[in-house]
Design a protein around this ligand. Structure first.
Ligand code: ADP
Ligand code: MG
Length: 579
């Protein structure tokens, strides 16, 4: 008897069994079908195979050590690419860890989709106690832009398209997609499953502003004596860099960038009013907000702002208008459509700008910048934030294409002020909520989304929130350098515990900690530096290597003040914590 006949004798008789697939296959394929090429996440029951399926479909899976950081990566990916970043989490705690980042993305208008596995519905609804049982959809609902649950494998492609549309259309944000364990594990014939996919048409439709709103805005801008353009991260997100440049350069109106809009126009551009924030607030008579909200970061339109000043606002979300201060000329539309309309209307318009306005801002800029450079001049050792930043500034400004991720208190405020940016979307920080704990996630997301080198400048406290995910940078061999400014504490390392019981003060961390050793554990290049010269050399070499690197920057424990630039937000205090 030949081998062939033996095989055929063992083969099942009767009809051919059709190939079968699970909901996990359909989910991976639906994501691929809509153009998702990276998923960030952390696997376990019930989503492990989703990640394997994604890899099989040619989607990159970037696995993290903590879901919050995977979510920060997805959010940054969304911000930089204008396509939703995708986060995959397990049920209960994994879901909740990730939800923090999805909520933060929603606050910041970054498009992302958190897909989480969830346990069987029935025992959750009857509160009978089940493995990782949590009513995740209802937990997510109040915290994200949109939330959906999918229960049947046949509905997965529709659910993915809905989540995608919700994340990027209108004001972008975080979307939650709950996929139940039975749905993930459901089995279907592959031939039937493959018929479910469809090509969605016009995934992010333009929002065209009304002609009347554009005329009103142009009239107001043209009649201003001391106009200013305020650029926010919505303007950077919109990826209309040439149109923004055209508006500013054809009108000659000075601009002020919010933190993450730095570099949208070069910080050293002759029309940059970056160093004249107070003057813009106090003296401008018309301010055009482009993709920026008049929230707490702009004193909600009050405080120093000229009470007689008028605002024009280019904004996609009509509900944002008037939310803090009356907007004289709202232009509701997507920034690209609004700028197109404004640029075509502006042609031939006469502008009434006071000819002394720009020169006076330029003179002020020169004076303020010279004064600022005095802070950076002393090469103080042990290093202060400023002496360390004098080195970081030199290196980063000679590598403008490196993306800068930045978080901390003083480390955030001082780095933002010290390091000029020259290219759009090259600065990512803790943004609207001013949170800590986005560092390693955003660093990975920025490197993966763009393929560029990234430098994260982190306070020692800020690094603590996400430090373990430095190992993710190493496992994926990303061209990222993490620079830790160690002053040994939250704000600084000189807090004193008033009880005298020997415990550290609430703000005290470890000024002697050797974070470089932590980098060594994961095979990164590491360096411990104590002078600005050493820091300059180490950072230059780390960037040139295009490999994972960690630089521990030893600061003096007394460098840095409580809450950095926003100490005024603390409730009134009667204690000096440092004596
Ligand atoms: P910043 O913190 O830099 O001031 P915000 O996040 O406060 O920036 O504001 C960004 C604004 O941009 C949000 O109100 C958001 O709705 C808006 N926005 C985002 N994308 C677009 C777009 N494509 N077109 C118009 N507005 C947008
Ligand atoms: Mg610190």
């Amino acid at each position: 008897m030949s081998n062939t006949s033996t095989t055929s004798a063992l083969a099942p008789k009767g009809p051919q069994y059709p190939e079968q697939v699970t909901g996990m296959y359909i989910l991976a394929k639906a994501l691929k079908n809509i153009g998702i090429d990276v998923i960030y996440g952390l696997v376990g029951i019930p989503v492990t195979e989703v990640a394997y399926m994604a890899q099989k479909e040619g989607i990159r899976f970037v696995g993290f050590r903590h879901e919050q950081q995977a979510g920060m990566a997805a959010a940054t990916h969304g911000y930089l690419t204008k396509k939703p970043g995708v986060l995959l989490t397990v049920s209960s705690l994994g879901f909740m860890n990730g939800l923090t980042a999805t909520t933060n993305a929603t606050v910041n208008c970054y498009p992302m989709i958190q897909i989480s596995g969830s346990s069987v519905r029935e025992p959750i609804d009857l509160e009978q106690g089940t493995y990782e049982g949590l009513d995740q959809l209802n937990v997510a609902k109040g915290l994200v832009k949109a939330a959906y649950r999918v229960n049947k494998p046949e509905d997965i492609p529709t659910a993915v398209v809905r989540a995608y549309r919700a994340a990027i259309s209108g004001r972008p944000g975080g979307v939650y997609l709950d996929v139940t364990e039975p749905c993930l594990g459901a089995v279907m014939d592959k031939a039937d499953a493959d018929k479910l996919f469809f090509e969605p048409v016009d995934l992010c439709p333009s929002v065209i502003p009304s002609d009347e709103s554009v005329s009103r805005a142009v009239e107001m801008l043209a009649s201003a004596k001391r106009p200013a353009i305020l650029l926010g991260k919505g303007a950077a997100y919109a990826q209309v860099d040439d149109k923004i440049k055209q508006l500013i350069e054809t009108t000659g109106i000075p601009f002020y960038p919010m933190s993450m809009a730095k570099g949208l126009m070069p910080d050293n551009h002759p029309l940059s009013a970056l160093s004249c924030r107070s003057t813009i607030m106090e003296e401008a008579d018309v301010v055009m907000l482009i993709g920026a909200r008049l929230n707490w970061l702009l004193s909600r339109g009050h405080g120093k702002w000229n009470p007689a000043g008028k605002f024009i606002q280019l904004e996609i979300d009509p509900e944002e208008i008037d939310c803090n201060r009356p907007i004289a000329a709202p232009v509701v539309g997507d920034i690209e459509s609004s700028l197109d309309a404004i640029l075509s209307k502006i042609q031939g318009h006469k502008f009434a700008m006071d000819p002394t306005w720009v020169p006076s801002l330029q003179a002020q800029t020169k004076e303020k910048n010279a004064k600022f450079m005095e802070r950076l001049a002393p090469q103080t050792v042990p290093m202060t934030h400023w002496s360390a930043l004098s080195a970081v500034k030199k290196v980063l400004e000679s590598h403008p294409d490196v993306i800068l991720v930045n978080e901390g208190a003083n480390t955030l405020d001082d780095t933002r002020d010290a390091v000029d940016m020259f290219l759009p979307r090259h600065r990512i920080d803790c943004a609207t909520w001013a949170i800590m704990g986005m560092g390693m996630g955003s660093t990975v997301g920025a490197a993966v989304a763009t393929g560029k080198s990234v430098v994260a400048v982190e306070g020692d406290s800020a690094f603590g929130f996400s430090g373990m995910d430095f190992s993710t940078i190493c496992r994926f061999n990303l061209p990222c350098t993490v620079v830790i400014f160690n002053n040994g504490g939250i704000y600084n390392g000189i807090g004193v515990n008033p009880s005298g019981n020997g415990d550290p003060a609430p703000t005290t961390l470890d000024v002697k900690a050797r974070y470089d050793k932590l980098g060594e554990a994961f095979g990164a290049q590491t360096c411990y530096v104590t002078t600005p010269d050493e820091l300059q050399k180490a950072l230059t070499e780390a960037i040139a290597s295009k490999k994972p690197a960690l630089i521990d920057v030893q600061l003096a424990a007394d460098s840095g003040k409580e809450s950095g630039h926003i100490g005024y937000l603390n409730p009134a205090s009667l204690i000096d914590f440092t004596v």
